[in-house]
Design a protein around this ligand. Structure first.
Ligand SMILES: [Zn+2]
Ligand SMILES: [Zn+2]
Length: 256
């Protein structure tokens, strides 16, 4: 399984794209920045999008992706999430006011977007992958995803404060090659992190005590204004170590 880290930040600034990662060129994890980060011909190869939650830094480029590809693709891009997130996207984004309803464009019979619900805790076949939505804890309904191609699995947290189910899934998952967590704020802003359903390096450290298996851990969704502090504080987490997920890098997660 290959993962192209298109956007690794929890905000937008020059050089910082918002959360979006592409698996094997066709399965997108969140759509915060895909259109700014990926050439048009590669955008056309995206068949499915797994959305963690409705916040703009995770869905904004879904609007622009639909617009870019509405006359290019012959099949809809399938947008998957838990039922409340699908409801929010239909009602608050693709509502004909904020943005057109791309489930009827270019035609209702052959639209560029189709929405699909996934239930938490139940493996679901999506494209060539087995996907399980995993409950996390954010300020709006949100989910993480365990994605497996049959040989390797990755666990993507999305946005979340301290949580439990995610770590149970991590402990039980077979062939888990990467856990991609969020770290949005530095330790100094712990109160803000708690109030907004996010982690700091120190709460991530506590979260990682729930992990009973040793797996590579990558942090992303860093707020651009706090990069230096967060990177320094993450570097102090040595057991287990936490790597920064590097924007623009292509990772190969192979079964061992
Ligand atoms: Zn976010
Ligand atoms: Zn969020």
């Amino acid at each position: 399984m290959r993962l192209h880290a298109l956007g690794c930040y929890g905000g937008e600034a020059p050089g910082c794209h918002q959360t979006s990662h592409l698996v094997d060129g066709r399965l997108l994890l969140d759509a915060g920045s895909v259109t700014a980060a990926l050439p048009l011909d590669s955008q056309a190869g995206i068949d499915q999008v797994l959305v963690t939650h409705s916040h703009l830094d995770h869905v904004a480029a879904l609007a622009f992706l639909a617009d870019n590809l509405s006359t290019v693709r012959t099949k809809p891009i399938e947008v998957w999430s838990i039922p409340p997130v699908i409801r929010h996207l239909k009602k608050h984004v693709f509502n004909g006011i904020i943005w057109p309803d791309f489930t009827t464009i270019p035609s209702p019979q052959n639209p560029i977007l189709s929405f699909h619900e996934i239930r938490e805790g139940r493996p679901q076949r999506i494209g060539g992958y087995e996907v399980m939505a995993v409950r996390v804890d954010h300020t709006v309904e949100a989910t993480g995803y365990l994605v497996s191609d049959g040989e390797a699995s990755i666990l993507f947290q999305g946005d979340s404060g301290p949580t439990t189910e995610l770590w149970k899934v991590a402990n039980a998952a077979s062939r888990l090659q990467a856990i991609i967590v969020e770290t949005s704020y530095p330790n100094l802003l712990q109160d803000l992190a708690d109030a907004s359903g996010h982690l700091t390096p120190q709460t991530l450290r506590t979260e990682l005590t729930k992990l009973t298996v040793r797996r590579p851990i990558y942090a992303q969704h860093i707020k651009p204004q706090f990069i230096a502090d967060i990177v320094r504080e993450l570097a102090e987490l040595s057991d287990p170590p936490v790597a920064i997920l590097e924007q623009g890098k292509e990772y190969s997660f192979l079964a061992t």
